[in-house]
Design a binder for this molecule. Sequence first.
Ligand SMILES: C=C(O[C@@H]1C=C(C(=O)O)C=C[C@H]1O)C(=O)O
Ligand SMILES: [Mg+2]
Length: 465
Amino acid sequence: MLINSPYQTKQINTLKHKDAKTNKVLVSFTKKVKKVDPVAFYQINKPAYDGERFFWTSPDDHTAIVGVGHLHTFFNRRADDRFSQIEAEWNELLASAVINNPFQAPGTGPLLFGGFSFDPYSVKEEKWGPFGDALFYLPEYMLTITGEDCYLTVNLFESEEMLPHSNQVKKSFDLLIDNVKRSEITSPNLVNKEELSVPEWLKSVSEVIDELKTSGTVDKVVLSRELKLSFSEPLLTDYVLEQLNTQQQDSFIFMLETSDGSFAGASPERLVKKMNDQVLSTSLAGSIGRSDNPKRDKELGNMLLNDEKNLFEHALVVEMIKKALEPYCEELDIPNEPVLLKTPYIQHLYTPVCGVSKPGTSIFHLVGELHPTPALGGVPTDRAMQIIRDKEKMDRGFYASPIGWTDFQGNGEFIVAIRSGLLKGKQSYLYAGCGLVADSDPSDELKETSIKFQPMLQAIGGKSE
Ligand SMILES: C=C(O[C@@H]1C=C(C(=O)O)C=C[C@H]1O)C(=O)O
Ligand SMILES: [Mg+2]
């Protein structure tokens, strides 16, 4: 039993599907609590909530958001208007909500966490089925850490006549937090690692480069490939999170569970953040490796900053983000030159984008306009997406897609879910891609994708047998 109140776990679970069809409304309580370890919170009441959790950390504002239990699920398939559909359903639920949150801190109170698939019109693979083309959760229990402050939010559906009693839920908050403790996690052994169809992939890369050189109708296409790993036992999501948390502290770390597979990663790439009317986005494209020797590492960085092919790859992303955001922003500030962003295995060209949004602009509008940027799709978008469908012949699922959160006040943040993979029982599928332009070289791009597998490989690698 999770909390000592009339709203015990089981009761909440039985209430949760009745929402819209009855007179039950969303009731949400937020309380400040003592700071606890977010991974330990993720493990509460294990294994009752397996398949019903999410995890998020941002390196910039030291935010962690952890959700446990699904109070409500938003799911969508093959829809052109999936961004506005999810937004409309969310707003409908919020319209009647009773929100007890005196703090108004971003990321507290009722919050939607989830993401969209990369391309609703690509081939569909069964392994991505549970994710659909949009999957979001409103959690039952949620921990939010911003700097030194820590909040607990509890959400439930309640009938109007019971509302005066639901305040009792708050009494159980401290009890819940006092019982948060880390449980031990072990890693299974890696038994097989397979890079899928590398020769075919290299052939596709060469064909795309030929088209980029000759057709005059397309400037950039991002092609990705897949790595399949098998383990002796099912991989545990808390183990993967713990590894990502210690190894990838400069990236956004995310986990989205379903009852049949979880999507995890450590991405350095923000798609969009919105706090009140402040908008932040990122152009991240153009890559080179790292070196343990600081002098060599700096040289590599300087090479990247002066490399025509990478600067072009990058500039196309800046240009598209500018075009996408301009109609929604009063002001837009974009530096003329990129700088370097370094993560443990790779360095990138990086241009931050800041703006002030026009009234009435929601984070879902911005996500819908920005996705897919040419960092993961190409230029022009439609032609590039068609080439990706024809050449990759795989389902990217949620890889390279927008993943993130929005709270009841419209604040939120979405990242581009790269350096990521699907964890499904004893199998894991990792993804990595590269931006192809006319000057690309297939073997260099193969190397670039190998480096991009590293963050997830290290996190889930386990011990080879
Ligand atoms: C496609 C990926 O990364 C993207 C492609 C990059 C490139 O080609 O230089 C760099 C950063 C990302 O925008 C990936 O990591 O899978
Ligand atoms: Mg590249």
